[in-house]
Design a protein around this ligand. Sequence first.
Ligand code: KIV
Length: 286
Amino acid sequence: MSQSFDAKRVTAPDIAKRKGGAPVMALTAYHAHTARIVDPHVDIMLVGDSLGMVMHGYETTVPVPLDLMIMHAQAVVRGSSKALVVVDMPFGSYEESPQIAFRNAARVLKETGCGAIKLEGGVHMADTIRYLTSRGVPVMSHIGLTPQAVNVIGSFQPQGRHRSEWAAFEADAKAVADAGAFAVVIEALAELLAARITKQISIPTIGIGASAECDGQILVLEDMLGLSPRVPKFVKEYAQLGGAIEAAVKAYSSEVRTRAFPSDANTYPMFEDDDEATKKSKMTGS
Ligand code: KIV
């Protein structure tokens, strides 16, 4: 898939310049139809690997393959024209070496036409972030709770709620900023610490379960629409689409059973000039 550079889209440097300014507005999107709805209202659309849990029913994001991320990202790029599309590098596609990270990130940029990638990790990913950004790959970092590390952490619990843990998270934030990330997602981190990090570093912080003082906010679209069965405390549900969809499916099912659907409004009558011929053929059975 070849994509020309789209100057109308928000770019990674545009986001970097938003440090301390108007809040950066971000949501996830996994498909063309939701991208179309979200695009005019956000600066960033993240094709998050949360799609593995939300869309594909996995227990964690660990099993998500790179090809699946690419397929969803292509749909989101096709369905949008304004927001910066950022694509998550899934577990196993970037940790091994900066070179492997580059090879896979280049595939994501080339095959989807997105504007940046996101990867999880702080201090230990700094060399990779430096390698990628110096070779034309804009990187959004992700620190705090890093869901791809769930098997090491042991749960999706919020992080940094003891002051003794703060130094490590502060070092992560500083390392990714120094390495050239254009922004950093801070997930499920103690509020005070997220606000403190936001003041300490020079790139925008995008909070999710973090702090209103972050330079921007992101939520998983399906979580805030009430479509996800289990949502963390940090999610605010702005709609209850799960219930609305179920009500619609029930109504459809009842109308099909009673043959109320499809009605004349939903079917195609013959053209008038063909009516006589139709009647005749019905009578003669031809
Ligand atoms: O995968 C995802 O949707 C994310 C957000 C939670 C930031 O990384």
